[in-house]
Design a protein around this ligand. Structure first.
Ligand SMILES: C[S@@+](CC[C@H](N)C(=O)[O-])C[C@H]1O[C@@H](n2cnc3c(N)ncnc32)[C@H](O)[C@@H]1O
Length: 423
């Protein structure tokens, strides 16, 4: 009898673990450092997109209006996740509201994608939500009929380079359909790949917009040998080129396209900065910033310092303002890293000199704040102060420097653009 019970008990217990293992719950958990959803994606790139969308969603008129959103090249609904997880700009008075747009405040979200697997995954992810749907569309042919029958959307949205899959003519055709379908005041917020990213200096001098790209960054470094990598063409945009297409297309559609901003995202933290596949020189910056953002790892200062010497040979291929932007950001970035190094080595005189002699007005507050944190380390009841407190804070400062440039010059991995349709 006792034996019987033991047998049953044991079987049930193992079954649970068998299925947990087969579902992948027991794989190595270092997802934050590499892969599709690494820390840079979650805490740098996603945050960047959320912050640039926030004012429009917070100030929607009339207040509490339910929003209609069309996601172009939606994948399995990442845009829905992004837009429904934007924290309020002023947490006071919003203590019960984590996010400024709840799923229930969306009248309709439609995701369009060319990939049946993405559509299938999106439908499965949101099967319980009546206001979310996914439809097949080849955006090269513009908006599909199923969307043209719909009322206008408040936001025509696209994230992580989906529209870089289109060539110039297809992008213009798609925009024209959007401008016609949109209502007065609708927004088009999207990103494409920037032409002058330090991840692909080989392309700076290319006349063609469409050039090869690979997602081999998702493979471990040792599996990234050239012959196994799959390449496909995508569009790399300069701000001037994109502005020209937008204004020409708006003219053809009989609307005014008010460009609210263009911004560079992931200048030194793009996916290909680490692979070196398009630059000849891998710099492990994205990996290192993902480490900084992880509460379990310290920053490795040696690998966080940026050296741009290898770009000198391409210097004549990039517009001067973009070149100066790369150098300005490099200088500010390295300043933060040198301070980190001095603090880690307890070089007090160096730290003092740094703070007193910084010629960069805006940064002296950042430097003082980091130093204050360091001097107050024992107030933080964490196991590893460098990994849990200083590292994430340094990464956020590096991100905020990037976000402080108010005019994109095409030197980020992504070029984010927001347009208001004026009718
Ligand atoms: C890099 S993923 C981005 C997915 C998602 N927006 C995100 O934020 O993660 C690019 C997406 O664009 C889709 N795509 C590529 N070419 C397309 C086309 N011609 N029409 C529609 N979708 C396309 C792909 O299937 C893929 O889901």
């Amino acid at each position: 009898m006792k034996g019987e019970i033991m047998k049953k008990w044991k079987t049930g217990r193992t079954e649970f673990y068998e299925s947990a293992v087969s579902m992948g719950f027991y794989g190595r958990d270092d997802a934050g450092l590499t892969g599709k959803k690494d820390n840079v994606r979650k805490f740098w790139e996603d945050v960047f997109i959320k912050l640039v969308c926030r004012p429009f969603i917070e100030n929607r008129v009339p207040a509490n209006k339910k929003l209609r959103i069309l996601d172009l090249g939606s994948g399995s609904g990442e845009g829905f996740e992004l837009l429904t997880h934007i924290p309020p700009s002023n947490p006071q008075g919003n203590t019960n509201k984590d996010f400024i747009l709840r799923a229930s405040e969306i009248d309709k979200y439609v995701g369009l994608d060319i990939s049946p697997s993405m559509i299938g995954q999106g439908r499965a992810n949101y099967r319980d939500m009546g206001n979310v749907s996914f439809e097949y569309a080849n955006l090269e042919e513009g908006l599909p009929a199923v969307v043209m029958k719909e009322k206008p959307f408040d936001i025509y949205f696209s994230s992580y380079g989906s529209l870089s899959h289109l060539n110039e003519d297809s992008l213009s055709h798609l925009m024209q359909m959007i401008f016609r379908h949109a209502a007065k005041g609708s927004l088009l917020i999207f990103d494409v790949h920037g032409k002058f990213s330090p991840s692909w200096p080989k392309y700076w001098n290319e006349k063609s917009i469409m050039l090869p790209y690979t997602m081999a960054y998702l493979l471990p470094g040792d599996k990234r040998n050239e012959e196994k990598i799959e390449w496909f063409n995508i569009s790399y945009w300069s701000p001037e080129g994109l502005r020209e297409v937008i204004s020409r297309t708006a003219g053809n559609a009989g609307v005014n396209a008010n460009i609210l901003y263009m911004l560079d995202r992931s200048i030194f933290t793009g996916r290909h900065i680490d692979t070196g596949l398009l630059s000849r020189k891998p710099l492990p910056l994205r990996y290192q910033v993902s480490r900084l953002l992880d509460h379990g790892y310290r920053g490795e200062v040696e690998h966080l310092k940026i050296d741009l010497n290898h770009l000198e040979e391409f210097r004549d291929h990039i517009p001067l303002p973009a070149w100066e932007r790369l150098n300005d950001y490099q200088k500010k970035w390295n300043k933060i890293i040198y301070l980190l190094e001095a603090l880690m080595n307890s070089e007090d005189t160096k730290v003092k000199n740094f703070i007193e002699n910084t010629d960069i007005e805006l940064m002296s507050d950042d430097l003082k704040f980091i130093t204050w944190l360091y001097r107050n380390a024992d107030r933080f009841p964490v196991v590893d102060f460098w990994a849990s407190i200083i590292g994430p804070q340094i990464a956020v400062i590096l991100r905020n420097i990037e976000m402080s440039y108010s005019e994109g010059l095409g030197c980020g991995h992504g070029l984010i653009c927001a347009i208001e349709v004026v009718k």
